[in-house]
Design a protein around this ligand. Structure first.
Ligand SMILES: [Zn+2]
Length: 288
């Protein structure tokens, strides 16, 4: 599942391609909105909220209506293509997608007369709603680690949310987007390693939840501008971008012990099937 930094980057590229442009074609290939007529609407902005994409639309001048938002989510393997080019990330396969997997096909005329085409393949939760009702779909999310207005209040809210999950395994709490929004499967393993605590240890064992929130905010922020995600500071040379994720059976970069891969259930949140976590049983306290 794409991490918040991937969604952030895809939103920015979509925003640069579409903001201010007027839709000349808009097909939403979901039963609920198959009949939606968005030709003539213009794209106001595309912005992320956690791992959700919000494309805000303004009505044509001669059809005054409430502004709408096209809400979508990349879930496991959704990807947008702009002018046939995939918005590449380290989370999603950039290979060509079968035409029948397109869920949103948008073409828009820009101010200079050129046409931009954006297609969302395998995207989920494709839903058109009034912009003023966005909170009904994303209001449950905790503080967004990539919120441009991230401040001490949001940090404290994230810390309090984390503390409230005292008995939950830390790995589960980190993936719960109601605690804070933006962490996916890769960052949770990396964050637990960097904090030297097992993802299976109860969150209460975390000595300094504020330090973890700060680290999460910092890592997502520095990677928001990169296509290759790095958590090691980039000092490890080739193939040295991550500490533990995807490195099962290979030596720990810190202690040379063997990195383990274990499955972790994820009750009651988006994408609830068990997902792998990677950890160093020697370096991380509370490992099973
Ligand atoms: Zn180790």
């Amino acid at each position: 599942m794409p991490e918040g930094d991937t969604v952030f980057r895809q939103c920015r590229i979509l925003h640069e391609a579409l903001a201010g442009a007027v839709l000349t074609r808009a097909e939403l290939r979901v039963p609920r909105h198959a009949e939606a007529d968005l030709v003539g609407w213009s794209v106001q902005e595309v912005l992320p909220r956690g791992k959700h994409l919000l494309m805000r639309l303004l009505p044509p001048a001669d059809r005054p209506q409430a502004p709408l938002t096209l809400h979508s989510h990349l879930m496991m393997d959704g990807i947008w293509f702009v002018d046939e080019k995939p918005l590449i990330s380290s989370d999603t396969s950039a290979q060509r997608r079968a035409p029948h997997t397109a869920r949103a096909i948008l073409e828009a005329r820009r101010a200079d007369g050129s046409i931009t085409r954006a297609v969302g393949y395998d995207i989920k939760m494709v839903h058109l709603l009034r912009t003023q009702d966005e909170h009904l779909e994303v209001g449950h999310l905790g503080p967004d680690l990539l919120d441009p207005d991230w401040d001490e209040d949001l940090r404290e809210e994230a810390v309090a949310n984390l503390r409230a999950q005292a008995h939950l395994p830390l790995g589960q709490a980190l993936l719960d987007q109601r605690v804070m929004a933006g962490i996916g499967n890769i960052y949770r393993s990396e964050l637990c390693f960097l904090q030297r605590i097992s993802p299976f240890a109860p969150t209460a064992r975390l000595q300094d939840p504020g330090a973890l929130v700060d680290l999460a905010h910092r890592l997502l922020s520095v990677n928001a501008d990169r296509t290759v995600r790095v958590t090691t500071g980039g000092m490890m040379g080739r193939d040295g971008d991550l500490w533990v994720y995807g490195r099962a059976g290979r030596p720990c970069r810190r202690c040379h012990g063997r990195i383990a891969r274990q499955m972790m259930a994820q009750p009651d949140v988006e994408g609830a099937q068990p997902r792998p976590v990677f950890l160093c049983p020697r370096c991380q306290a509370g490992a099973r």
